[in-house]
Design a protein around this ligand. Structure first.
Ligand SMILES: [Zn+2]
Ligand SMILES: [Zn+2]
Length: 342
């Protein structure tokens, strides 16, 4: 099959012929890819940002936001048949460790993460395990939902944790209205009761956020901290900040906008968070990291999508255009999400 291989850091991917994946364990499933979402994490993988943490041997195939059809299954697969349309939870978890038993797939001690620790979905076929699959509702096509497998559940988990704190009269700031942000706005609209302020550098993305349920859109530029604080009660700060960008300046700005007793959810990554411990205790800040989401959260999100409560703004491109699409993402030229279709 043809697959996009990461062969060297900081170089474009190579589109090459490699052997098809094979069933080895009884619970293995081979998915025929119907859509593979293009994610900022893919850029970070190409830059080598993840190499220190993962040490995945090169070359490998990237792509961790996958949906498609069951193509082959191992002898122990009982819940799915060949041809079933499915979305793929991004990790294949073991089901046996304590984290798995607690339902936290992302914390699995034996986790396999296609697209990060083994071959992913920028290809014709992908190997995962039965545990990762969720059947698509009636008419939903894989290419329409692939990014929900990561961008979607990452927004879902963060908002689900923040929403109980989003009471009437409180203010929530969502930073970054890209692939995750436009979903986070809709989820906060569904789950919370606070006023939602969307922040982004791009006015078109802010208009989309307003359409999806944000109460205010603020352009990220000089003077924005004051503009955001003016939207808070008596200028005293924002109760909840969900940072979907995670760069040095979004961390620093968040610490200037958070209210006493406020909560700061870090979802995007790449920067370094510097905050004096005196500020943390004196302001009683809660700083919370949030990583992707578990299987049940993806199931719940797919239910909301099927009922039209969450829409994914996405554009499809042929699989052969992966490098062009990654370049567009890097240059900030993408609204919502892009899906590669073989
Ligand atoms: Zn992703
Ligand atoms: Zn496990």
């Amino acid at each position: 099959m043809k697959a996009w291989r990461l062969k060297e850091f900081d170089k474009p991917l190579k589109y090459e012929e490699i052997p098809d994946p094979e069933i080895k364990d009884p619970t293995d499933v081979i998915i025929k890819i119907g859509g593979a979402g293009v994610c900022r994490t893919d850029l970070h993988l190409i830059e080598g940002v993840w190499d220190r943490a993962l040490e995945t041997p090169l070359p490998f195939t990237i792509g961790h936001e996958n949906a498609g059809w069951v193509h082959q299954k191992g002898s122990g697969v009982t819940m799915f048949d060949v041809g079933d349309p499915v979305i793929v939870h991004p990790v294949a978890s073991c089901g046996k460790c304590l984290s798995c038993r607690a339902g936290e797939d992302m914390h699995c001690e034996n986790l396999v993460f296609p697209g990060l620790t083994t071959d992913g979905g920028y290809a014709e076929y992908l190997k995962t395990s039965e545990r990762a699959l969720i059947k698509l509702e009636n008419d939903v096509k894989p290419e329409e939902v692939a990014p929900l497998a990561d961008a979607g559940i990452t927004a879902y988990r963060a908002v689900q944790r923040a929403a109980p704190l989003a009471k009437p009269g409180t203010k929530t700031l969502l930073m970054g209205m890209g692939g995750l942000g436009h979903i986070a706005v809709q989820l906060m609209r569904e789950f919370g009761n606070s006023d939602i302020i969307a922040l982004d550098t791009n006015e078109e993305r802010l208009n989309m956020a307003l359409e999806y349920g944000a109460d205010h859109g603020v352009v990220a530029k000089d003077g924005m901290i004051e503009e955001v604080l003016n939207l808070s009660n008596n200028g005293n700060g924002i109760d909840l900040i969900i940072d979907l960008v995670g760069e040095d300046d979004t961390h620093a700005n968040s610490m200037k906008m958070l209210k006493k007793g406020g909560s700061y959810f870090v979802v995007g990554y790449g920067g370094v968070l510097h905050v004096p411990s005196l500020d943390v205790i004196n302001n009683e800040f809660s700083i919370i990291g949030s990583l992707v989401g578990n299987y049940n959260q993806l199931y719940e999100l797919m239910q909301m999508h099927a009922k039209g409560k969450v829409r994914l703004h996405s554009t499809t491109y042929p699989m052969s255009k992966a490098n062009e699409v990654l370049k567009m993402l890097d240059e900030g030229k993408i609204n919502g999400r892009t899906v590669l279709v073989p």
